[in-house]
Every structure is written in C-alpha cells, then in structure tokens.
Design a protein around this ligand. Sequence first.
Ligand SMILES: [Zn+2]
Length: 219
Amino acid sequence: MTITLGTPLARVRTRVVVPLRFPDGYETSAEVHTFTGLADGREHLALALGDWRAALADSSIGGPAPLVRPHSECLTGDVFGSERCDCGPQLREAVERISETGGFLLYLRQEGRGIGLYAKLDAYALQDTGLDTYQANLALGHGEDERDYTPAAQMLAALGADRIRLLSNNPDKATQLATLGIEVAERIPTGVHLSEANARYLTTKRDHTAHTIDLPLAG
Ligand SMILES: [Zn+2]
C-alpha cells in the first residue's frame, strides 16, 4: 500500500480539447490532460468535463466538490462493447454525469484490475471453466485486484482537485484515495448496468468486495 508521504508530485504536461461522440449519439467535449511525474510511468489521462473550473472554484469556498470517476482501462468493454463486464456503460454514464456538474474522469491504464490485457483474457477462459473473476486472477498467480490509485491521486492533486465527490461503487477506491491525501467528501454510487452476460460478474463483485451494487436479482 502506498502512503501519502513520499508520493512524488505530478504536473500537468499538456491540455487539449477533444470532442466526444458516443455510439448512442451522446456528445460532449473533454479537455484531455496529460502529466509528467506519475508514479508508475504509464500514460494515464484526466478528462476534464463540463464546467470543471467552476466546480473547482465552488469547492475551494466550501461548495460541492467536483465529481470524479477513476475508470480503469478495459479494452474489451470500453472499445468493443464486451458484455462480460459493465465497463462500457459505466464509462458512458460517468462521462455524462460528470459533464453535467463539472469534474474529471480519470482514465487509468490498469487493464484487468491491474493484471494486464492478456492475463484478463486468460482469466476469462478460466471463468468459462467455473472459477469466478477473483478466483481466476489468483489461479493465474495474480492478486485479486492489483490496481493502485497512486497515479489517480497524483493527477487530482496536479489538477487542484484534492477534495472530490467520488463516483464509484467501490469502497476500496475511496479508501485508497483518502490514504493518498484526497478528501472524499462524498461517495456517489453509479447506476447498475445489468445484462444476461454480466450478471454473474456483477453478483461476484458485489458479494466479494462489498461493492454497493443494487442488483435486481435474488441472492
Ligand atoms: Zn471491463
């Protein structure tokens, strides 16, 4: 576990406007930030959405903190619409909700809960033999969840957003960010994006890690 002390400071490297259009027609615009000094050297991004400058100004005088969603990269879900998980719909929802109130989507390059893309696909194959998503990671010699939110905290600090409203169902994200010096003023749950294909995945996530997911399923 990383701690605040000794966490190197990151700085904003560049900022560029990217118009976004999702497959369902939803459009918004992001100011995409890149950084220097991120702890793991990966190319993480912060998408500043909506009136994020006003949100930061409001927060500095005690108003609502900017809405922030740390989203871990999921190539299959984000790009190809995989129904094995709910990452694509989660990303789509987060972009719209943050655009409405002003804040940041942190796009974190930690695929497959940090184990990488190939290992994630290997884990899918194991899941098809009956293991759940966490057991499969362990069977491959990985941790259940290897994600590290140090770069997320560094990006927020560099953006001046050290006080946030966290859009997440994952209590571990809130805990890690708080440990890393980010004040989580509020945790706001995301919607549930249930399909036949991801029902088992979501149920496991809820039961295994105390995710706050309100599933309309028995058990
Ligand atoms: Zn996914």
